[in-house]
Structure formats: structure tokens, C-alpha cells
Design a protein around this ligand. Sequence first.
Ligand code: ADP
Ligand code: MG
Length: 450
Amino acid sequence: MLTSQTQDVWDLFLQFIEERCSSTEFENWISPIKVIQSSIDKLILEVPNIFVQQYLIDNYKKDLVQFVPVLASGEPAIEFVIAQPKKTVVQAPVITAPQEIAAQETSKDHYELKLNHLYTFDNFIEGPSNQFVKSAALGVAARPGRSYNPLFIHGGVGLGKTHLLHAIGHTIKQNHKKVRVHAITTEAFINDLVDNLRNKTLDKMKKFYRSLDVLLVDDIQFLQNRQNFEEEFCNTFETLINQNKQIVITSDKPPGQLKLSERMIARMEWGLVANIGIPDLETRVAILQHKAEQKGFKIPQKVAFFIAEHIFNNVRQLEGAINRLSAYCRMMGLDVTEEVVERALSELFQMAPSKRVSVDSILKSVATIYEVRVSDLKGNSRSKDIAFPRQVAMYLAKELINDSLIKLSSSFGGKTHSTLLHSWKKISGQVETDEVLRKQIQMARRNLEA
Ligand code: ADP
Ligand code: MG
């Protein structure tokens, strides 16, 4: 039963807090709380979600005990009830009145949803490395704001984070036409913020973001070291989360490894954090087959395995391989065989991860193939017989070793990084047309891999 006396106590608490926090904070975190029952020894509060409950206790427990009933343990005697999400968050499509359509049209510039049409769940090949994250994404797409919120997807480059993010957007949009979905890269968010600050239209921007039902944010790592922007993003984030609006975030690292404020990291960890891993061989083969099929290009299973064995930690590169191979075969009128693959793709093929290649091993291998001495390769002779193999060695070093150009070039007897870059460019160009050189480089690579 709600007595006027206890409601007064809550009002007094509100007054006390309002004087002590920012208006955004008050509006986001405190005003959504409602007293639903109150007695001498207990207060029942309704909160929109668990985050608000947590926030209240984390930040104001000491103050609360001065106002509300207290347990013998000294804890505030509050019971929390989570409010049922409002129906309006996920509405079945309804027929829209003409004037409403007109209103939507006028705000279209902001409201248009830009998603890659190929990035759908149907086009996303499932395997052990991404099963969990895919099912979490499907859950969010089916029940935005009501399953995991926020959903935080992290993983390395080219593993399908953006693909899944857009797939969520497509599905929600298909099922709920009226739900306001917005997909944005973190860079675009920052640019938007800069523009709006410059044009003094920040309020308009805030209003737009805060009116969304679903916000899909790609590559949050770009928010690192951008403190001013981080705060605005965090405010937007909190406002949406508090209204049970769905947020999905992608990142190249898990939240705890991002250089962001503790507040921001804690918010991102509140929902579900899911990792997207490197696909195993079978999944890579299935992805290759799927991408080839999409292009109307057929590759024998054996060849798909051959490619997948050599390109193993990035799906985008698998896609690149299919594009290059299909162009190559069409242009040359060739069937797809392992030999053709090797010719067309050897530059893309990666070393097995366990084999570490060093500049020294490259120098030795190149010296053997071209019958020169390692000391010559490290020296300054400009004679063609030596300068050319040296350029090949530099090319291989840049291709095979993931180190800075400066460090690599210094291992060639103290050459400059521009010399190394020049050599790499020259050989990269030549290898496209020079069959003998291609074979020599292939031989050196094999040698290094063995
Ligand atoms: P990220 O955002 O993680 O860097 P993307 O989502 O841009 O990676 O994916 C890179 C490319 O690989 C895209 O073209 C995407 O369609 C494709 N891709 C990644 N994972 C899969 C998968 N499991 N099935 C099909 N295509 C995939
Ligand atoms: Mg991406």
C-alpha cells in the first residue's frame, strides 16, 4: 500500500539526489524508478531494467538508507520489480496513416537504414567458431530489447562481425517495419557528432538517437582515446538501454581490453559478450563454396579444401581468393584445378601459423636459389646479380613477416625502409607477369614453409 508518508520519503530522496547529480543522469537513471508499494518496513520499487536497479544501489546506497526503511543488516529494505517492456518496442506492422507516412518521409534523411544487402543470416555460414554468437544475434533479432542487451560481439578482422550486425538489422526491419533501427560505424557517429557540434544542432542529434528502438554500432574500438566523444556516446547508450531499447556493438577486442572509461566498459559488459572466432577448415570450405555459388562459379570440393588449407584466419581473404580465382579462370578460359589455384592465388596463401619465418631464413633461402652469399644480400653491391635477389628477399620479408618496415629493413644490413618498400613494389609488379620469378618465389616460400 502506498501511503502518502512513504511517497513523501521517496520524493524527499529524489529531491536530495536531484541536487547532487547532472540532469542527464537524473533523467536517465532516477526518474524512471517508480514506487509501487511502500510500508514502514519495506519499499517496492519498479525499475525499467536491472541496470537501473544496479545503478541506484551502486551509487546511492549510503544516501538511500537515510530515507528508506533499513534491514537489520543495515541494507536498504527495498524490493525491486522489473517493469514489463512496453508493447510499443516491438510492434506488429500496422497500416500507417497517410499523414504519418508523410512525417516519416520528411525525416528520411536521418532515418534511412544503410545495410549491406548480402549480409543476411541466410548468407552467414555457421560453424563451431561462430555458432554461439550467431544464435545470440538471432535471439536479439527475434526479440529486440528483450533478450541480451547490449549484445557485444568481438573478434578479429574479417571474421563476420559487421555481417552479423547487419543481419540483425535486416531481420528486425523485415519483421517490424515500424521499429526505428539505426546502424552506424563508430567513426560515422563521431563525424556526426563533430558536424552537429559545429552546426550547433546537437539537440537535434540527441533527439534522433534517443528516439531509436534499435542501435547497431560497428567497431567501437574507434572510440578509444576520444574522451569527449566517449561521454556523449555513453549518455546515448544509457538513455536507450534504460528504455529497453536494443543495442548491439561490435569490436575487435573484448570490452575489458578496450581503452575506454570504466563506466563505458561496465555498461558494455552488462549484457552478453560473445566472441566470433576463426572458422575451422570445414567451415572455411563451406564459406568458399557458398561465396563461389553466389558468383555462379563452381569449384571442386578438393580445390576448396586446398584453398581453405592455405587461407585460414580471415574470411574476407577467402572471399578475395574466390573473386581473384574466378576472374583468372574466366579471363584465361581455364578450369579450376589445384595447379591453376596455385598460380592465381599463391600470393594470398599464408604460412602455417606455427612456422615462424625470420629475415635470416629468408636470406638463406633466397641465397640458395640465386646462388649468391647471404653477406652479399646484406651488403651494398648494386650489381644486378645481387641487387635483384636482394629485392626478392625484401619482398618476401614484407610478405611473410608481420613486423615494422623499419625493423625489417634494418635486418638487411641497415637499409632504409623506403628501399624495402621500393623493392616490394617492384617485385610485386613483376611477379604478375614474370613466370620464372613467380616460380622462384614459390620455391622460396615452400622452402621456408618446410
Ligand atoms: P569484420 O566486420 O569482422 O571485419 P565482415 O563482417 O566485414 O568482418 O566480414 C568480412 C567478409 O567475410 C564479409 O564479406 C562477410 O560476408 C564474410 N563472412 C564472414 N564470416 C562469414 C560467414 N560465417 N559466412 C559467410 N560469410 C562470412
Ligand atoms: Mg567490420
